[in-house]
Design a protein around this ligand. Sequence first.
Ligand SMILES: *Cc1c(COP(=O)(O)O)cnc(C)c1O
Length: 809
Amino acid sequence: MNAPLSDSLAARVERHLLHTVGVAPADAGPLALMTAVSQAARAELSRRWVATDASDRALKARRVCYLSMEFLIGRSLGNALDALGLNEAAEGSVGSHARQLEDIESREPDAALGNGGLGRLAACFLDSMAALGLPSYGYGIRYEFGMFAQRIVGGRQVEQPDPWLEDGTPWEFPRPDVHYPVRFGGWVERPESPDAQPVWRHAGEVSAKAYDHVIPGHGTERVSTLRLWKAAAPAHIDLAAFNSGDYARAAEFKNQFENISWVLYPNDSTPAGRELRLKQEYFFTSASIQDIVARHRAEHGRLSNLADKVAIHLNDTHPAIGVAELMRLLVDEHGVSWAAAWDITRRTFSYTNHTLMPEALETWPVSLMQQVLPRHLEIIFRINAELMALAQATRPGDVDFMRRLSLIDETGERRVRMANLSIVGSHTVNGVSKLHSDLLVETIFKDFTVLWPDRFTNMTNGITPRRWLAQANPGLSALLDARIGTGWRRDLMQLQRLKPLAEDAAFRAEFRAIKRANKQRLAALIERTTGVVVSPDSLFDVQVKRIHEYKRQLLNVLQVVHRYQAILANPDAPVVPRVVVFAGKAASSYHTAKSIIRLIHDVGAVINRDPRVGDRLKLVFIPNYGVSVAETIMPAADLSEQISTAGTEASGTGNMKLALNGALTIGTDDGANIEIRQAVGDDNIFIFGQLTHEVTALRAAGYQPMRIADGDPALQAVLDSIAAGAFNPDEPARYRGLIDSLLWGGDHYLLLADFAAYVAAQARVDALYRDAEAWSHKAVLNVAGMGGFSSDRTIREYAERIWRVAGQA
Ligand SMILES: *Cc1c(COP(=O)(O)O)cnc(C)c1O
């Protein structure tokens, strides 16, 4: 078994070219080489997967199963080679074909099975679960089409399909013998005998088929598994239609089932397709829980000890229906009593909340759930009846208390509250930064703390240093290896050893040279994708994340326009040259976000072409933000924009990637920015703006944005120029609505309230950047302070305090 793997990687690559890809090695192009190198890595990962699985089975290990609608993985080849220690061998192998490894790796399409932070978090977590040797599974959907590809046409976002599987992927292992039926619709039959279980007479059924991705562990032979489900029409396809020559109908019949795993929904999607989205959620959750139960029965022969052997984690509420599904499986299919089943369920699940914004909490109309999942709705009603009894016993007669806790929202159209279901069905609920977790129990989940004060906790997010430092920033990694050793990859706290080096001028010079090389690489990407030429000697100021009003890209644009006006008004004043970089996707139905993308392009087109400005200010928007684009941007940033309205960003992880790569943060006191400030020191970060409680107070007191604009001529000039169409004379009224929403529409995210403080903070940024030594001193201290933001730390906390799962050697 080992023999064919023990020969050189180069020999294996040549064999794969010939046997797997089917080309003469001498004729192999970059795509063929990418496939062959991937196949060679896959073979080694396969061996590791088999060994890990055998060991976990032999030990009957307690496992964690991480259910997530999204896994934003990106590319796999570079990560696999890194984990397998095959980087140099691979360079040699492709070098013998006169190719560069970086170029070969860039031929792999991103696996973009997620929208943004939530999905990328799940991918970082898998990496850490593998590195820590946790017996673990990620569970999700094998979307045929991932997150849309973003093109910019005439300054506007155009969404294009992302057929990432079109040419196949070397990274998945189809498991044709692992499949489960997932049922929908129909009705529930009540048996005559009161002891018999109700029977769900479903109306439709699809088959969920398993496809595994092996997740390599860095510094360990152990791996983790990402099991993704594909929907397949049941075997009994409409043969009658097919045989009668009606192929269109036969195909339509098949599609009606298989479309469940076709597309990833943008998370601010339209109501159209909502039924399909509910079906997606149930589809992958049901398949995953059936898989967990089947594995457990095979290993233990009984279900009574399920909670002792499995931890099931809900990444947000998308898999929350799993609470009802496990109850259904236990009670209806395995004859467990309701009380025993509830005890097992509640000891098995845990749940992470990702948002405080009430409008972002997931609910489903009772009528839709009745139609799609009638038995689950019954189970939810019964859970709710018990919850209401507990509420009544705790606060007799407090009807409002009951109304707020209820799993059913009774105002207007009755809806099922998935967050409430997740809380009731879990033993532990966590937020994703200290501030967010505190706010959860003070605001939206306050009533639940009356019932279960110990259920709520915090797990501050983290990022994997393997992808976001070792792979993305080879220059800085090599410097770290030389100066503090290589151990930081698996123990990021070792970055603290950099602290004294911040005082070392020679070290700072090396650090600056690496940053400059990374900026050159980003400048090349900017020129290739936007046509704009930027100077790597400028300050690179980046705001890269999904486009959303609460993240306040518009506030940044206001600041850029102000900067532009200041340059024109004071042409001889010295200024720090800046390149302002945006990247991010807007949900396809989110008009305001799309309008902000267009505004960035309109403003950029005017500034970038204005000869009076030159290199002093450039504004660019890099299209198609995703993991691979982020890997080029993060190492090249000087300044990290994290400017959400205080109290709105649950954590953020982009902030962590940027600081880890030596960018200084300009940000609000929000989410994980607060913990970054504490870790790197108040002197090494630019914090500005209203605090969370001030935001609350300001809104309560009757916030008047117009008064702020009236009192600030600079702000007034910025708003006037955009509203008057200074950047889009072809259609001057284009952004009237956007500006009106600030002045007249209440400015919900308080851009105007924070504008002056933001501009002042930016002036402090400029002043510091003029002093290159002082700037790089702080940048080094940022890297040194970021050790606590490794997802290894986060996953260790989850494993110890929530999942009680131990790492295996
Ligand atoms: C890290 C990351 C995010 C999250 O960024 P935030 O700034 O925390 O919103 C989104 N998308 C991609 C591709 C990422 O890598």
